[in-house]
Ligand binder design. Structure first.
Ligand SMILES: Cc1cc2nc3c(=O)[nH]c(=O)nc-3n(C[C@H](O)[C@H](O)[C@H](O)COP(=O)(O)O)c2cc1C
Length: 207
């Protein structure tokens, strides 16, 4: 019988809680959010506390923590101001640029200029898209839910337009071997796709 290590989150340091959560919920997809401020300055930042929320209508979520001084991150400020954001899929060719966009830079400077990435206009929203990413979801802000005593902002966006590079698709599906998505692990580690598995049944039908 394994003697599991046991932890009560209310009795351990928050850094230890973070280590357990980010080492257990793995690999996490990365919501690479592009936004724009009221002066037309673009912004780009990665969020791995990110997932799909529902399908009809399509919605996704980002958890955007406050900065250590309690201020709001630029992404959240921009989303609250324009009421929209774009989610861009992070792939192998741009994963290092994605990491660089996670560094805090002064308001009024753009991660696009810092990394040399190019912005593309969107169809339905003010926020730009990332040219170097093969999939973009144009999202309108549905709601910012403030969770718990520290009011952690959970941003829910409704996807109002999809853009997919056809080179990532085969037979109507997004093909993982062509997409080459990147996942976030714990610490400063990331992952590529490993071997892709499919359970084999006697009747030969996958399910
Ligand atoms: C891979 C990766 C994932 C991240 N995930 C999150 C996250 O889920 N929530 C969050 O608040 N910050 C996250 N960060 C940190 C933000 O990207 C970082 O604070 C960034 O500077 C915010 O930029 P902004 O102020 O332009 O919005 C992540 C950073 C990296 C590199």
């Amino acid at each position: 019988m394994v003697k599991y290590n046991e932890y009560n989150p209310s009795e351990i340091d928050r850094r230890e809680v973070y280590r357990i959560l980010t080492g257990s919920v793995v690999p996490r997809p990365i919501g690479w959010a592009s936004t724009i401020d009221g002066n037309g300055k673009t912004n780009l930042a990665p969020f791995s506390f990110f997932t799909v929320v529902c399908v009809v209508p399509p919605m996704i979520s980002l958890t955007i923590a406050r900065n250590p001084d309690g201020s709001e991150k630029h992404t959240l400020k921009n989303i609250k101001s324009t009421k929209d954001f774009c989610f861009n899929v992070v792939t192998e060719p741009v994963w290092q640029e994605m990491v660089d966009t996670g560094n805090a830079i002064p308001e009024g400077e753009s991660e696009f200029e810092l990394t040399g990435l190019s912005s593309l206009p969107s169809v339905k929203i003010k926020s730009p898209r990332v040219l170097e990413s093969p999939i973009h979801f144009e999202c309108r802000l549905q709601e910012v839910i403030e969770l718990g005593p520290h009011k952690h902002p959970l941003v829910i966006g409704e996807v109002v337009y999809f853009h997919i590079n056809p080179e990532c698709m085969s037979g109507g599906y997004i093909n993982m071997e062509k997409l080459l998505p990147i996942g976030r692990l714990n610490g400063h580690y990331y992952s590529k796709l490993g071997q892709i598995l499919q359970r084999e049944f006697e009747d030969g039908q996958p399910r």
